[in-house]
Design a protein around this ligand. Structure first.
Ligand code: NAP
Length: 482
């Protein structure tokens, strides 16, 4: 079940939040502590779904600052008026039972525990505490720092499933996204989503529409295969919007999540064993290699992996950036025998240089930090040119593999327009899709190839590895809004 939290801050806004999210939710949670002028009878009439009434006190991360007598009284009133569920904090549970005799009501109880301090989490201990309350449903929410923390939610749910106990487990914060998406895989009773108006009741909440239509979280099962992207930060990652619809179109029972990973070794020991494959982005493209069973020749030559796939239980790394970039360039011009100038000496530059050499281009490299470019030149046996000497260099194709021109640095370019005396300019930067460099290239009479082409190519190769079939590139571009 997907539960949408209704947070107000007024009844007028709460009613708008409900109508905007109605089609994506199975149940509403009314956060009475956040709706200033809440009116329980009006909410009960207005809701077209079963509802949970919550009045979270300040001491449990909520906004209700009144007395416990008053707060528990509000929840008891919700019971009397016919609320389907009330959420009571574990610390207030005995008091609620003692003071209010709501046994005659049909309302079911959710007993909850919230842990806001990050750090060690003991799912067994928390499960014991919560299940001891003998409520209808138990709920554990804790702050996640790192994607590895999701394992605490998964273990908590697995324990509850073993004991046939209805349970909810949420790892709060951006790093806990997987716990909100994968709840059904681990036997969770429900997950929480934010209203379609964008108002969230807890950090890391995903919008109801995204949870239902992109992740299809309410249709996942124990056997659903899990894929994802690991990196930090991940705010710009578009993989979720691409791979989930591609799985759906390929009729593959799989889901693709974002894993914001800081501690790679811990993630590889805890969550990675649950994954069937994953994309790797900054800053883990190099460090991931030490955690894999094997890396293919392309990955080894580049010294970086952007895709990991599990085959017969073993993790294999590869790099789809390299063919992705060169295929994008070669859609316009064959690189064979051409002079290719690569700007940059980071991961993207390494990928482009390796693949361009493999396709028989004559490659020269330049970079802001000359030492890094010199090192690359000697490693790949290509030519080096100092940035200040670019004016004297003749080249057919320019490939920008620096991050210059990327959001928010959109008015910058790595090379002067007067130096763009070449046939084709490729920019690995894909955000924005048309950079200043590409605009300059067109004005200088060169053909411009956007980094979005490379992005689509590398993602298509990943999708082929994940789904076992080539995706439709036109559909992919549509999904990315290109
Ligand atoms: P990286 O390893 O961090 O390398 C960054 C490169 O940019 C280095 O050569 C660095 O030069 C240079 N650079 C950074 N700021 C600069 C500045 N102000 N002036 C001049 N040079 C500067 O990053 P990466 O992984 O190679 O990524 C590079 C770009 O490619 C990024 O924009 C990334 O988004 C893009 N990319 C695109 C795709 C795609 O699918 N289209 C895939 C991968 C990467 P120094 O050595 O002097 O620091």
């Amino acid at each position: 079940m997907i539960i949408v939290s209704i947070t107000g801050p007024t009844m007028k806004v709460a009613l708008m939040q409900m109508s905007a999210s109605l089609q994506y939710t199975d149940m509403f949670e009314f956060r009475l502590d956040m709706i200033k002028d809440f009116n329980i009878p009006v909410l009960l009439v207005a809701t077209k779904k079963p509802s949970i009434f919550t009045c979270r006190p300040v001491w449990e991360g909520g906004q209700f600052g009144g007395t416990e007598q008053k707060r528990l009284g509000i929840l008891a009133t919700a019971c009397m008026l016919g609320a389907a569920y009330v959420d009571i904090e574990l610390k207030a549970w005995r008091e609620f039972q003692k003071r209010f005799s709501v046994n005659d009501c049909k309302t079911k109880t959710i007993v909850s525990l919230h842990k806001f301090k990050t750090g060690k989490c003991n799912p067994h201990q928390v499960y014991k505490l919560l299940s001891g309350a003998r409520a209808d449903i138990i709920k554990f929410a804790f702050q996640a720092e790192d994607a590895g923390d999701n394992v605490c939610a998964f273990e908590f749910l697995s324990l509850a499933r073993r004991n046939r106990c209805k349970a909810i487990a949420i790892a709060m914060g951006e790093a806990g996204e997987a716990s909100r998406v994968l709840y059904r895989k681990f036997g969770g009773w429900a997950t929480y989503a934010s209203a379609e108006t964008g108002d969230a009741s807890a950090s890391g909440q995903i919008g109801a529409r995204q949870l239902k239509e992109i992740y299809r979280a309410d249709t996942l099962t124990r056997t659903t295969k899990v894929y994802g992207v690991i990196g930090n930060p991940l705010a710009q990652s578009k993989g979720v919007m691409l791979h989930n619809p591609l799985f759906h179109r390929a009729a593959k029972d799989a889901v693709y999540c974002r894993f914001r990973v800081k501690k790679l070794a811990r993630f590889m020991n805890t969550v990675a064993p649950l994954l069937n494959g994953f994309s790797v982005t900054i800053p883990h493209k190099q460090s991931i290699m030490a955690h894999l069973d094997n890396v293919d020749e392309t990955g080894r030559a580049i010294g970086a992996v952007n895709t990991v796939i599990r085959r017969s239980g073993r993790l294999r790394g590869t790099n789809t950036d390299a063919p992705g970039a060169l295929d994008a360039i070669e859609d316009t011009i064959s690189v064979r025998g051409k002079q290719l100038l690569v700007l940059g000496a980071g991961g993207a530059a390494r990928a482009i240089i390796h693949e361009a050499c493999a396709r028989d281009a004559s490659v020269t490299v330049a970079n802001r930090t000359a030492r890094a470019a010199r090192r690359l030149a000697s490693e790949f046996k290509i030519k080096f040119v100092a940035m200040k000497n670019l004016g004297g260099l003749k080249f057919d194709i320019l490939a920008n593999a620096t991050s210059v021109g990327m959001v928010p640095d959109v008015n910058n370019t790595p090379i002067r327009r007067s130096l763009l005396r070449c046939k084709v300019v490729f920019d690995a930067v894909y955000n924005p899709p048309v950079t200043k460099l590409l605009r300059d290239a067109k004005q200088a009479g060169a053909k411009a190839v956007s980094g979005t082409e490379m992005y689509v190519n590398q993602a298509a190769l990943q999708s082929e590895l994940y789904c076992g079939a080539k995706p439709n590139r036109r559909q992919m571009k549509k999904l990315l809004g290109l």
